[in-house]
Design a binder for this molecule. Structure first.
Ligand code: IMP
Ligand code: MG
Length: 177
């Protein structure tokens, strides 16, 4: 592995993450066979997951990006979801896949789902690369989950801690100092 960081303990290797994403791409490609899938990436955490997933899809896909804030630079969810950057394209009548890096309290996805449903997509499914079920506050159904993980603060593969570590090609746990 080319990038190892002393403070980070590997939780899911790059190989395992990418293998699981290929499986999800295969599953999604067959679920949406004959249709076009509009993939919505939630910036910035989901960028790596979205790209890897899109690369392995065997059906036509389109991409759009949205940025919301739920955390400051800390590690606790504020429960408030604010749109920082909205989608560029309309989702009305389209098959939409909302792509998140991680579901923790569920507040972000709960609010986002509500916002997008009002825009009348033909269908709306949710995928999250990681699921931390222990801290759930809002009930929201994730249709396609990559990995269920324990209640630890993770970084890498798009996930950050105060904007750092997003570029790590694996999922790791920050060691307590
Ligand atoms: P939720 O609203 O609590 O479900 O949190 C969702 C958002 O919080 C994610 O999109 C992440 O940006 C962030 N988040 C939650 N847990 C972690 C973590 O362990 N590492 C990095 N970011 C996290
Ligand atoms: Mg996020």
């Amino acid at each position: 592995m080319k990038q190892r960081n002393e403070e980070i303990q590997v939780l899911i290797s790059q190989e395992d993450v990418e293998k699981r994403i290929r499986e999800l791409a295969d599953e999604l490609s067959s679920v949406y066979a004959g249709k076009e899938l509009h993939m919505i990436c939630i910036l910035k955490g989901s960028v790596f997951y979205t790209c890897e997933l899109a690369k392995h899809m065997s059906i036509p896909v389109t991409l759009d990006f949205m940025s919301v804030s739920s955390y400051g630079d800390g590690q606790e969810s504020s429960g408030i979801v604010k749109i920082i950057k909205d989608l560029e394209q309309s989702i009305e009548g389209r098959h939409v896949l909302l792509i998140e890096d991680i579901i923790d309290t569920g507040n972000t996805l709960f609010h986002l789902k509500g916002i997008l449903e009002k825009r009348k997509p033909a269908s709306l499914a949710i995928t999250a690369l990681l699921d931390k079920p222990d801290r759930r506050e809002a009930e929201v159904a994730v249709d396609y989950t990559g990995f269920r993980i324990p209640d630890k603060f993770v970084v890498g593969y798009g996930l950050d801690c105060a904007q750092k570590y997003r570029n790590l090609p694996y999922i790791g746990v920050l060691e307590e100092a």
